[in-house]
Design a protein. Structure first.
Length: 107
């Protein structure tokens, strides 16, 4: 999976980073200046997943991921993010969700 968080970086400037979300490893290519933000975001996603698992026992990982995405998007909207940034985030979320669904379904 490849992700370009910083559209100004060329492919040669991108670095590979391994992140873990919901006990699954993902290798993404990002601008070096985005590495800390990506790692912190992945840690926050995992933290929220644990919180939702404690609140809603018996669900599967995809349910928790959906809950985290809903929480994250709602937080971003309430913090004054503009529509363009939300659309970009939604595209990244959709791409990550599609990748997760492929892995979960085994295709």
């Amino acid at each position: 999976m490849s992700s370009e968080l910083n559209n100004e970086s060329t492919p040669n400037e991108m670095i590979p980073v391994n992140i873990t979300i919901a006990d699954r490893n993902y290798r993404v290519r990002i601008a070096p200046k985005d590495e800390e933000a990506v790692r912190k975001t992945a840690a926050l996603i995992n933290q929220k997943m644990v919180e939702f698992k404690n609140l809603y026992a018996g669900k599967d990982s995809q349910d928790y991921i959906s809950m985290v995405l809903l929480w994250f998007t709602t937080e971003q909207q309430s913090n004054g993010q503009n529509l363009y940034e939300l659309e970009s985030l939604q595209n990244q979320i959709d791409s990550l969700s599609a990748s997760i669904e492929k892995v979960v379904s085994g295709t």
